[in-house]
Design a protein around this ligand. Structure first.
Ligand SMILES: O=C1O[C@H](COP(=O)(O)O)[C@@H](O)[C@H](O)[C@H]1O
Length: 266
């Protein structure tokens, strides 16, 4: 059974008793946004991260979502990707392909994976170029405030250190204001070479969801969501703050256990 939580400071916190219930709610949320976007724009431009998020999207492959979602209208992007071959076990593309894309009728030409045969720097440039073309043709909407791509939905996980996409604590790329996609070669979490959406792109999306499970992430969730002391570290996850869009946190009870005033009522 879902645990309730009021909206807090404009952020919707959806807290679930366990990962299975979270997974059902997440599938409903994605399916609703897909339906609304297809109705309004004719397409659904969704960007995903890797990690535990992908297994939490598993219910999308099951009834009713596998039949009701308009998969042919989806354009799929990666909010971050490891610079490894697409067949590599560390590839975020492979993770989504094995767990979702192989199971639902998406259109191969709508799956916008990165160029895995070049350097991290070139892969980031190439990916930004692809996104620019699709903004021109309005497959991806545009944010009128800053001309950034306005994805219909960006789905993020969060690491125990509070990183989102491949934006790690205290890293210089957190300050990137011009580029849409950038690269790092010194990721503290292997593999070291990655490309990532920058914060301006993440914060220009229509909807952003951060999906977090497990007690190892409870402290980071607290630091990212609650009011914190000025001397506390500002985690990358705390910098997710859509300019005009909506932010939803999906948490299981373990990840939410250190939130201020955490008290769950069924
Ligand atoms: O390295 C990464 O880590 C984060 C978090 O992963 P998780 O397995 O702890 O959920 C993920 O969101 C990101 O896409 C990935 O590249």
């Amino acid at each position: 059974m879902a645990l309730s939580w009021d909206k807090k400071d404009g952020r919707d916190l959806r807290i679930h008793e366990n990962a299975d219930e979270l997974s059902t709610d997440l599938a409903e949320y994605i399916a609703e946004l897909s339906e609304a976007s297809v109705k309004e724009r004719g397409v659904f431009a969704i960007a995903v991260s890797g990690g535990s998020l992908i297994s939490l999207m598993r219910k999308l492959c099951e009834a009713p979502f596998n039949k009701t979602v308009e998969w042919a209208k989806w354009h799929i992007f990666w909010a971050d990707e490891r610079v490894v071959a697409k067949s590599h076990v560390d590839s975020n593309y492979k993770l989504l392909k094995d767990n979702l894309l192989a199971k639902v009728p998406t259109v191969p030409s709508h799956v916008h994976s990165i160029n895995d045969s070049v350097t991290a720097e070139q892969a980031a440039e190439d990916y930004e170029f692809v996104i620019r073309q699709l903004v021109r043709t309005r497959v991806i909407d545009v944010c009128e405030i800053n001309d950034c791509p306005k994805f219909d939905l960006i789905l993020l996980g969060m690491g125990p250190d509070g990183h989102i996409a491949s934006l790690f604590p205290n890293h210089a790329v957190l300050n990137e204001k011009e580029l849409w996609v950038t690269f790092i070669t010194d990721s503290p979490k292997p593999p070291p070479e990655r490309i990532t959406f920058t914060l301006p792109v993440i914060n220009s999306a229509s909807d952003v969801a951060v999906v977090v499970t497990g007690g190892s992430k409870a402290e980071a969730a607290h630091l990212a969501i609650d009011d914190i002391e000025p001397d506390c570290p500002v985690l990358p996850a705390r910098m997710v703050c859509p300019t005009e869009g909506k932010l939803v946190w999906f948490l299981d009870q373990a990840a939410a256990s250190k939130l201020d005033g955490a008290k769950f009522s069924e």
